[in-house]
Design a protein around this ligand. Structure first.
Ligand code: GDP
Length: 486
């Protein structure tokens, strides 16, 4: 789990604490997906080190410096709509963040709508990328209005989906897009229970038969790590990892969360969308299947380990439960000591449905301070859980984290930095903010970065001054107030 720094005097954490977000790019044909990915790849500092090797798998990991720290993002190139569609319905997404590419000259087209529906189904947070902003006939405002009409509620227009205008031709806002991806991932897309030591889970995004080497699969690792020689299984097939190769063609001994790698080791060509786990295939009942990586906004998420008597009741519960509930493990059968310890490790509660509860499990839950509830009536279970979520959401909505006054304005690259003094609470990176002028709301935005003096910090407390960059930019004036909330 990535912990946010709370010490304003410390620089950001070391890169090893961060997992790369996995990003999928969707949008109408000719709207600039390929050009965007090419422009992004050119920013990769590692590519220069490796002499610009041509990419060999349908994903690429780029490295760049973010606030003085080396960060990485993995882009999935190939899935396109078809593969994305294959992955949905399995309750998982290979990507943590989506980019909805819309040409700022052509606007919303049929495949844009299809992409929106895929993104919404998968429930991953996404960013609208308005491409071709260098063209004279662009009309970003019109495109924003079109998006609102198809229920893409943009930031600054009453929603919280960020939009950014870029050009793959002039490279304008490409770096800012990368920063925005990190921000969206940190705020909305990151699953705090995923770690390199967690239960291994990966998704096949490409699969083919190599005449010489045998079946090859490109996988995106969502949780845990794999190493050469590990036993793995997917789609009822068990294999042993023979090679792991990254997007730059480098042979690795080990790969971990956020990596996209090609592996050899299965005897058959796996279907795209298959889930790869460690060890022999035990069937779906033992598979730890977090439903999605989006439900991780810590403040509003309730994580549960769910054990039900039958697959039928398990599915019924999963379908009826509030989308904000993060089911970190679901299985049929009785609650085991390992389930309780896993729940403890990810800060989840254990919910049983019609399962036998051994006395030693009840005792273990008390000792380990893991909340356990067993139900025998489905609607009671659903009602109680959904009620907890609703109450949590209410609390979040009401929460104001801090208030700051705008004292100055400094030009910074192509935008302006807001010089603020925090009057109440605190203002933190990633916070939603409302800009007000004499109690009138001017607009909604989000804190992209904060600096105290020259140092990037993650938050600024009452009594301190700082420079903040907000995205989208709002036309502020000195004396305006910035209200930060969840
Ligand atoms: P895709 O089908 O979505 O992958 O779109 P492409 O990346 O192939 O782009 C389609 C066309 O738009 C190509 O002719 C590109 O050169 C052009 N294009 C893409 N991005 C930009 C941009 O930012 N500015 C300009 N002027 N043209 C662009």
């Amino acid at each position: 789990m990535v912990k946010k720094s709370t010490d304003t005097k410390q620089p950001m954490q070391k890169a090893s604490h961060f997992y790369p977000p996995v990003v999928a790019v969707l949008g109408h044909v000719d709207h600039g997906k390929t050009s965007l990915l090419d422009a992004i790849r050119k920013t990769d500092i590692a590519l220069k080190e490796h002499g610009g090797i041509t990419q060999r798998i349908g994903a690429s990991k780029i490295e760049f410096i973010h606030e003085g720290t080396k960060r990485q993002i993995t882009f999935i190139d190939t899935p396109g709509h078809e593969a994305f569609a294959k992955m949905r319905g399995r309750g998982v997404s290979a990507a943590d963040v989506g980019l909805l590419v819309v040409s700022s000259t052509d606007g919303v087209m049929p495949q844009t709508k299809e992409s929106i529906s895929l993104l919404k189904d998968t429930e991953i947070p996404f960013i609208v990328v308005l491409t071709k902003s260098d063209l004279p006939n662009k009309n970003a405002e019109k495109v924003r209005q079109q998006l609102l009409k198809v229920d893409v509620l943009l930031e600054g227009y009453g929603g919280d989906i960020p939009a950014i205008e870029v050009s793959a031709k002039t490279n304008s806002n490409i770096k800012e897009l990368l920063e925005l991806i990190l921000l969206v991932f940190e705020v909305k897309g990151e699953n705090p229970s995923f770690s390199e030591n967690g239960q291994f889970k990966a998704i096949v995004i490409e699969s083919k038969l190599d005449q010489k080497a045998g079946p090859k699969a490109t996988i995106v690792i969502k949780n845990g790590s794999i190493s050469i020689q590990n036993e793995i299984s997917a789609d009822g097939e068990t294999g042993r990892v023979r090679t792991i190769i990254d997007d730059k063609g480098i042979h690795l001994k080990k790969a971990t969360v956020g990596d996209a790698v090609e592996i050899l080791g299965f005897e058959k060509v796996l279907p795209v969308g298959s889930i790869v786990i460690r060890g022999p295939d035990k069937g779906s009942s033992n598979d730890a299947t977090p439903r999605s990586t989006t439900e991780s906004l810590e403040r509003s998420t309730l994580s549960i380990v769910l054990c039900a008597d039958t697959l039928g009741s398990l599915e019924a519960i999963v379908n009826a439960i509030h989308k904000e509930v993060n089911i970190v493990l679901q299985k049929t059968g009785e609650v085991s000591p390992a389930d309780v310890l896993f729940a403890k490790s990810v800060n989840a509660i254990v919910i049983g449905f019609n399962t036998r509860v051994r006395p030693d499990i009840t005792k273990l839950c008390v000792v380990e301070k893991v909340l356990f509830k067993n139900y025998s009536i489905i609607y009671e279970l659903i009602d109680e859980i959904n009620d907890v979520i609703r109450r949590k959401q209410l609390k979040v909505e009401e929460k104001i984290f801090g208030k700051a006054k705008i004292l100055a304005s400094f030009p910074f690259e192509k935008t302006k930095v807001l010089g603020i003094a925090v009057l109440e609470g605190r203002v933190a990176k990633g916070d939603k903010v409302t800009l007000t002028r004499k109690d009138e709301i001017i607009g909604e935005s989000r804190i992209l970065s904060i600096r105290i003096g020259k140092n990037p910090v993650s938050k600024v407390e009452k009594g301190h001054e700082a420079g903040v960059v907000i995205l989208p930019f709002l036309d502020f004036t000195i004396g305006d107030m910035l209200i930060s909330h969840g």
